[in-house]
Ligand binder design. Structure first.
Ligand code: UD1
Length: 453
């Protein structure tokens, strides 16, 4: 039977090395704040409560927390006195709880839910994530004996032989509650940094005869984002994971390394994604749809059998029903395209609804903005919008109606009517030749005048 779990996420740190006005946990990774990635991983173990410890730029961080999870509790750490002190700020919010507290860092976005679940399920009273570091640098070192984990020594306090240990503290841990509260009360700050170390909980637990265990994780899971280059590295790792997952799930990626996913991209089996495609947040692609090269998609839905691109841009609110075709240099925003609609070339459809099997000719534009307000365009089913039609919204085109090429449509068009809204053509016989002769004479006269001057 699974135990009750509470999540405590530490996000009070300043992140000076980001060299930014924005708190480090709010920098974006795959379209979402770094903190939201940690919260998302945490949410997958379905905690009974989630507590986020904020401090630096607390209001901004708390707003981001609420956007991700309205039910999350934010507590403030006004002075950053160490990771142990940060967790202690969460104790009032844990009152009445009994079970497992999972602690993670808001600046560590790539932690896997499986690792957090393993921490939650581990039978030892305290479980710590460990990993073998290729370059252990300043990580805390895990000191083990034949009875398991004994203590954690921070790099600053470690002796040379302890620094030689490559088994490092990943940061995420699980501690049974109320034991956590008792151990935090015993914590001291008599160390090289003068901080309250969360890591001291291990030796404090062992001194009481409690068990401590190590849950192994991968090194990429513990990557903390303290600098812009670590942010770029985290982005690269996220993308590598997302590409591998998409391939695993039966999505064809012609050139995987050139496709960029968002934190929430959903792509169905047998979808095909060409080279250089960028997914912004909020995109769902159904099975069997095809996204051709060089497309940029954001906040849109693409149904089964639809084809998009090459070189198309789908903006928030673009909804493509089954078998819709959106071709090159087409932009769609806040528009619903019903089944079988074709918009092949060089068009803009914004704030619109297009009925099924309607054909939108090349160069069609919904003129949706009058400089102050946005207006809607409604196009019925099986209509034919001639090339280079300007649809000046608000306007309705009835089902089965046609608009003539080059029309500027400012009034509604009834169903099945043909609307022509352009200047009538007039042919003037021989006029072109006479015009050229006249222009040549004018040019010669001008040259003669220049010579005289
Ligand atoms: C910590 C561990 C170290 C481990 C490493 C893994 C401690 C004492 N050390 O070191 O053993 O190898 O993580 O990355 O825990 N924070 C607060 N308030 C504070 C201090 C920190 O909210 O007062 C937050 C930070 O914003 C950050 C996280 O806690 O998100 C980790 O703090 P940081 O100081 O970066 O710890 P490390 O030095 O990485």
């Amino acid at each position: 039977m699974s135990r009750s779990t509470a999540l405590v996420i530490l996000a009070a740190g300043q992140g000076t090395r980001m060299n930014s006005d924005l708190p480090k946990v709010l920098h974006k990774l795959a379209g979402a704040p770094v903190l939201a990635h940690a919260m998302r991983a945490g949410a997958q173990i379905e905690p009974d409560r989630t507590i986020v410890v904020t401090g630096h730029e607390a209001e901004q961080v708390e707003q981001a927390v609420r956007e991700f999870d309205e039910a999350a509790i934010c507590v403030r750490q006004t002075e950053q006195l160490g990771t142990g002190h940060a967790v202690a700020q969460a104790l009032p919010a844990l009152e009445g709880f009994s079970g497992r507290v999972i602690i993670l860092y808001g600046d560590t976005p790539l932690v896997r839910p499986e690792t957090l679940q393993a921490l939650a399920d581990n039978p030892a009273e305290i479980a710590i994530t460990g990993f073998h570091a290729a370059d252990p640098r300043r990580y805390g070192r895990l000191i083990t004996s034949d009875r398991g984990l004994e203590r954690i020594v921070e790099f600053k306090d470690a002796k040379d032989e302890e620094r030689a240990i490559s088994l490092c503290n990943g940061g995420m841990m699980a501690v049974s509650y109320p034991l956590l509260a008792e151990l935090l009360a015993e914590m001291k700050n008599d160390n090289a940094a003068g901080e309250y170390y969360l890591t001291d909980l291990v030796s404090l637990a062992r001194a009481r005869g409690a068990q401590a265990a190590v849950v192994m994780c991968k090194e990429d899971e513990v990557l903390g984002v303290d600098t812009r280059s670590q942010l770029a590295r985290a982005e690269a790792l996220f993308q590598a994971r997302a590409r591998a997952e998409a391939l695993e799930n039966g999505v064809t990626l012609t050139a995987p390394e050139t496709v960029f996913f968002a934190f929430d991209t959903v792509i169905g089996r047998d979808a095909i994604v060409g080279p250089n495609v960028v997914f912004g947040s909020g995109v769902t692609v159904e099975s069997g749809a095809e996204i051709r090269a060089f497309c940029h998609l954001e906040g849109c839905h693409i149904s089964r059998g639809a084809t998009v691109g090459p070189f198309a841009r789908l903006r928030p609110g673009a909804e493509l029903a089954e078998d819709v075709h959106v071709g090159n240099f087409v932009e769609i925003k806040n528009a619903i395209l019903d089944e079988g609609v074709k918009v092949g070339h060089l068009s803009y459809l914004g704030d619109a609804h297009v009925g099924e099997h309607t054909n939108i000719g090349a160069g069609t534009i919904t003129c949706n903005y009058d400089g102050v307000m946005k207006h809607r365009t409604e196009i019925g089913a099986r209509a034919f919008i001639g090339s280079d039609t300007m649809l000046v919204a608000p306007v309705r085109i009835g089902a089965g109606a046609f608009t003539a090429t080059g029309s500027v449509i400012t009034q509604d068009v009834p169903a099945e009517a043909l609307a022509i809204a352009r200047a009538r053509q007039e042919n003037k016989p021989g006029f072109a030749t006479r015009l050229v002769e006249k222009l040549k004479k004018a040019k010669a006269a001008r040259a003669a005048r220049r010579e005289l001057n």
